[in-house]
Ligand binder design. Sequence first.
Ligand SMILES: [Zn+2]
Length: 285
Amino acid sequence: MANGMKSSRESALIGLWRWLSWTAVSALALAGMMLAAVSLPARLKLIGLFSLALGLTAGWVVGKIAHWRRIHHPRRLFPAATLLIAAALAGMTAESFRQWQISRDAELQAELRKSVGMRLLGPDLIDDFVQDQGTFEDYLAHRYSALVDLSRLSFPSSTRHFWWLLGIEIVAGSLAGGVISSRMVVGKFCESCGSWHEPKQSQVVEPITGNRCLELLSADQSVSLPNDAHLLLEFSTCRRGPEIPSVRCVLDRPGEAARVIVESQPDRATYDQLGLLLDEPIGTR
Ligand SMILES: [Zn+2]
């Protein structure tokens, strides 16, 4: 009993450590990525699409880090990654604003220095006058100016709409990234040795054989294949796993997304029976 409690506390600590290290490494990676993205030429930053592409890339990056840190809870990773990517996109917007403000100030200064009246005031006064002239709302108007031009319709270019556009960009980009990252940790994970299952082999079987396999592997006898479907059997083992691989049964039907219907860790007898059904001894190919 005491032993069991200790191990559950240990596994909670391991879990915490995985999440903390994922957060730290991901935050660093995203910060670097966003700083690099800010310096890309403005022409590349197509409205909306850029944030979406960046969100997807960020999702792939934090998904890779999660897989490496052995985070195996897609449903927990989705909100965590979405929030982290949203923060990164917001940070990138803030940095873009800051750089836009600097270059705008410089332009304004150069222009004012040329004008005769301002030249009398002296450069220091001009600098003071120009300091941080552009507001964030001016920046947004600049950011979406191409969209206003493109639409050619009477696009309602009020400040409120620009805030909405910015919000939609960030939300869509981060949700897309969240989905990508969580898809990257759906693989089977072994809690006891802390490793991802590695695929050994897979085999596609006809519906009749497939249904026999399902009868053998599934506790729920009502699971069966439609006539036009195939069953894909995926065998995998963890690093220090038992000799007998675990089996994932994927329903593959034309026009439908493949989905896992049964996951099973068969015993020796069941596994041997499965080998007979499949006509060839498994694990020799
Ligand atoms: Zn294991």
